[in-house]
Ligand binder design. Sequence first.
Ligand code: IDC
Length: 373
Amino acid sequence: MHRRAVLTSAGVALAALTAAWAALAIPTASAESEPERPVATSATPQATTGTPSATEDAPQATAPADSPVAVNGLLRVCGVNLCNEAGEPIQLRGMSSHGLQFFPNCLNPDSLAALRTDWRADFVRVAMYVQEGGFETDPAGFTRRVDEAVEAASALGLYVVVDFHILTPGDPNLNLDRATSFFAEVAARHAARTNVLWEIANEPNGVDWAGIKSYAEQVIPVIRAADPDSVVLVGTRGFSSLGVSEGADETEVTDDPVDAANIMYTFHFYAASHRDLQRATVARAARSLPLFVSEFGTQTFTGDGPNDLDSATTWLDLLKSLKISYSMWSFSDGPESNSVFRRGTCAGTDFTGTDVLTESGEFIRTRIRGAAG
Ligand code: IDC
């Protein structure tokens, strides 16, 4: 009922969008140069499964052939993994935007097309800060920017993680009303899509697990009421460190998990700050918790300073072996070492190749493009 209503109202806008994006003539990578991915039994599972929800998911028809969304369809959590529509465990590799308010021009049709076809990434994370000049200053405006990014990613067949980027203050309950109104609106608007994942709290900090769990158990039902079948990502204590950054560990989650299905817990790391202790935690936790690395950096947790590419490589090898999805901070062109693009790149139209990239950018493009995990 609800999905039908959404489709009816969204259909016109979608047709216009599809036409606009078709005009961009985005090239698709050739079959032999595509990274290896578990392949769904049908190239267009959403069109052939015949379930009521699949046939109503008209927006999926816009996912270009061989794109990550066309190949993998609707995702769901299966045990500790993320599975595609065919039930095969997959690892999604992607990039996180920087704050939408800080780098408004870095998520655009050209940059996302490069992410999809030149980098061969699977998804983009849209980091919508709540404070620091973000959502709280202009809810309608930031919601629109998120919608535009979702539409742009969808037209390319990319998955998209919508990140409610709380950071300061660290207790997500202080933004509970904003979260419920934001997610009620965007989850309803995009309910018919099969390519959106909802991240409800970037990095809880200074708040205990009970507080985070309580927040999650109030926000997730709001999302489910509008969009029953999307994966939801839940931040963890201590800046999404599974508690480690605040002296705890994953047992507080395994002992008292969020009461909801089809969710994953996030783990964030910065390779020059977080090493063996955090890697051991992830390896251990991954045996019993579905994990998703929605943010990591190749430098210290400040997001700046020298990259530690050896540590980052060790991390990404671990994530590959565990099939844990990841997105790197950040798809931006600022002065910090986390920016993957050289300064000024986002003002232009060319985002392909390595000339436009910084050291961290070259590292992660090579890693994603080579399907190295
Ligand atoms: C950093 C940005 C920086 C900004 C700061 C505060 O790189 O430009 O001034 O946030 O808004 C996180 C956060 C992420 C941080 C990043 C690097 O999720 O917002 O971005 N980081 O410090 N957690 C650990 C590191």
